[in-house]
Design a protein around this ligand. Sequence first.
Ligand code: BTX
Length: 320
Amino acid sequence: MRQTILKLLSEQDTYISGQELSERLGVSRTAIWKHISALKEKGYEIESIPNKGYRLLNTPNRLIPEEILRNLKTTTLGKKIVFFEEIDSTNTQAKESALDYPEGTIFLAEAQTKGRGRLGRSWSSIPGKGIWCSVLLKPSLDPTFAGQFPLLTAVAIAETFHNLGVDAKIKWPNDLLVDGKKICGILTEMGAELDRINYLVIGFGINVKHKLEDFPKEIRTIATSLEMVLKKEVDRVQLLCDILLKLEKYYFQLLKEGFEPIRKLWKEYTCTLGHEVKISRFNELPLFGKALDLNPDGSLLFELPDGQIINVHSGEIGLQ
Ligand code: BTX
């Protein structure tokens, strides 16, 4: 209902009367007035003049469901939004209620108190500055395909950044860097049986409006944001809608055509291949060698100094 009121208001340049709204929506004028008051509380600037009606003057510059739904062009992703002003972690929330929500639901927060990175690391997620979002997917696939999803997400986000004029590079498997500094991180988690994915939660954190001093001291030399790079304002609502549209396109493409088209795009955006790198691995000695190619399953084809060629499935790349 609130969404329809907003749509009607934003389609009009002039006033729309309470009477007209109540007739078009089939509810009382008091109900309309209550919805308008709720929208005002959310930051919408709505002028109301007796005998004339309501007029939308300004929309809030916030990442709230009403604004996202007003701008979203997807068919599935983001059609259902679970929004938190502040939460521990959107990935944690998405995992805990994955079975209660349909595919495409997004879990979104203005701030995370326990934002999570990979391998138990933390992700700084201060209020109002970034996009802290988890997308719930339920592909009918074998769990061995799960590794393709963070790569697909990195491609969708890198391409959206390029359209904004930001030359972002993907560091295997899925960090997004600008001039070597991290601008976006992706954390994919899964609930599965041996031969079937029950759900995937793809969490992405994007630094959008941060100034250098907004980052915790310990990551100031390794982190950056879109506004720091572009030196102009970035609309988080439009950015999220653009990313969801691309993510949906590549997700459906992956289900239909397999990973090869995504793999090709990933290779266009990466800064890893062809370089001598160090790969740090959980509970294992680091590897030194050359990153040769991205395998069809998302693993890295890697050449050791003695010429031996191996596949690396997980790890953290550092340039040597
Ligand atoms: P990662 O393990 O690759 O990166 C974590 C590391 O990145 C940290 O150890 C720190 O050095 C650095 N770091 C922390 N915060 C930031 C930041 N804001 N910008 C740049 N560098 C940072 C990457 O993990 C995956 C991050 C996913 C975050 C999303 S947000 C929505 C969803 N919910 C959730 O809890 N996590 C995901």
